[in-house]
Design a protein around this ligand. Structure first.
Ligand SMILES: NC(=O)c1ccc[n+]([C@@H]2O[C@H](COP(=O)([O-])OP(=O)(O)OC[C@H]3O[C@@H](n4cnc5c(N)ncnc54)[C@H](O)[C@@H]3O)[C@@H](O)[C@H]2O)c1
Length: 407
């Protein structure tokens, strides 16, 4: 007998959720067995926009709600895709899991580590699937970096140095906060600025490639001198200067100052006993490998092809399922990482297995961001990850927890 389709619903239908809808649409076109039954957003027109888009490819129009709890009660989804502001992730995800619904939630897992721990506890109690939408590690370039660092040609990893500086094209005459999305600029709703927004992607990638981080030392600041027009200023950082110490002995630096104007300099560099992996851009999407003697250079596509060739057939099918990514170098249907994260969730829901990026992985990445913010809050003191994960160090997060009733 044919399997029932997974009954999927969207909660939070803003910018990133529209990208997810494109990803779900691509999977639908490739034969994935799910049906979108509802869309909920505090702004009804956004949920209605999702419903109209989905109707275009699935034939039936999902129901539209402004109250996600009502949608869960009435539409009875078996899985939800949550793309709300960060301070709602735990409330929505815990509410859904307690109603027996599986959850994929956008990064970061939660607004603070206390909120994250509640989500892991709810997943443990209910046996619901909890997945974090994390696309960066799934692109072929980052996968190739993980291969190179995990016994591949990079040898023993020694140093990573990541720079995201400038290129903001910001008119200095504009001094008011651009709308929409002011929630991103407030500590209580976002949990931090760029250290959370971009930082959890970097943290997840670094943990995946190089293993646990032991200690971070950081300072943060805000270069963009913006106000809301009434004298109030955003309460989160837009720049961070970070040193990382890995359990393995590897060292790292990450500099982010993406709100500076002028020429943008974005690159990722990774060094090991076997040579280097260097990639332009925010993330190592097209990494070039150079061997220790400089003689062996593999440009991005060649390096990625060498990685793909090194995979066993089952590994390749697990990481790049052929029905989603027949050719990972020429993906069809938009962002391959998004399609892969959604397909991984769908398979986890169907087979009741752990997703690749579940609550534990989401919490580990979020803890790196939290440790950076805690170190900066303590005036640049080194902070041990263990102390942040256990809750012994939480001065930055305490006011957020207090404001959200999590303390
Ligand atoms: N993976 C990525 O590359 C990436 C990129 C952008 C954003 N994100 C993540 O996606 C999430 C959403 O970010 P965004 O950029 O789409 O923000 P957004 O502001 O565009 O969307 C958030 C939506 O949530 C809705 N919302 C607010 N309160 C709600 C409630 N109580 N019930 C239902 N809906 C509610 C808002 O109306 C809005 O439409 C965040 O976790 C963010 O970090 C990830």
């Amino acid at each position: 007998m044919a399997e029932e389709p997974v009954r999927l619903a969207f909660i939070g239908c803003g910018g990133m959720s529209r990208t997810h809808v494109r990803g779900w649409g691509a999977l639908h076109a490739k034969g994935a067995n799910f049906k979108v039954v509802g869309a909920a957003d505090a702004v009804e027109s956004l949920a209605a926009g999702h419903a109209a888009t989905v109707a275009g490819w699935q034939g039936q129009t999902p129901a539209v709600y402004t109250d996600w709890r009502r949608m869960v009660e009435e539409c009875k989804p078996t899985a939800v895709d949550v793309c709300t502001p960060h301070h709602l992730h735990h409330e929505v995800a815990c509410g859904c899991m307690e109603a027996g619904v599986d959850v994929i939630v956008e990064k970061p897992l939660a607004v603070t580590l206390r909120a994250a721990r509640r989500m892991l506890a709810a997943a443990g109690k209910t046996s619901a699937i909890l997945a974090v939408a994390e696309q960066v590690r799934r692109w072929p370039g980052p996968r190739a970096l993980a291969w190179a660092a995990g016994g591949g040609p990079l040898g023993t990893p020694l140093l990573c140095s990541i720079q995201h500086v400038g290129g903001a094209r910001r008119d200095p005459a504009i001094q008011t906060v651009p709308q929409p999305m002011p929630w991103r600029l407030e500590r209580v709703s976002a949990g931090g600025g760029v250290v959370v927004d971009i930082g959890v992607h970097m943290a997840d990638l670094l943990l995946r490639c190089f293993g646990p981080i032991r200690r971070v030392t950081a300072s943060c600041r805000c270069f963009a001198d913006l106000t809301y027009g009434d004298g109030r200023r955003p309460s989160v950082e837009d720049a961070a200067f970070i040193q990382l110490e890995f359990d393995s002995g590897m060292s790292g630096t990450w500099t982010h100052a993406g709100r500076l104007a002028g020429e943008g300099v974005q690159n990722n560099t990774y060094y090991g006993t076997g040579g280097s992996v260097v990639a332009p851009g925010f993330y190592p999407r097209v990494p070039r490998f150079t061997s220790w003697d400089g003689a062996g250079v593999m440009e991005g596509p060649q390096f990625i092809a060498a990685y793909l060739a090194a995979l066993t057939a089952p590994e390749r099918e697990r990481l790049f399922p052929s029905w989603v990514a027949a050719d990972p170098l020429q993906p069809k249907g938009g962002d391959l990482g998004i399609q892969l994260e959604l397909a991984d969730f769908l398979d986890a829901v169907r087979t009741r297995r752990r997703p690749e990026v579940g609550g534990a992985e989401g919490l580990a990445a979020q803890a790196v961001s939290a440790a950076i913010l805690e170190s900066a809050e303590l005036g640049g003191q080194p902070v041990l990850l263990d102390d942040v994960v256990s809750g012994r160090v939480s001065r930055y997060q305490d006011p957020i927890d207090a404001a959200l009733g999590l303390a």
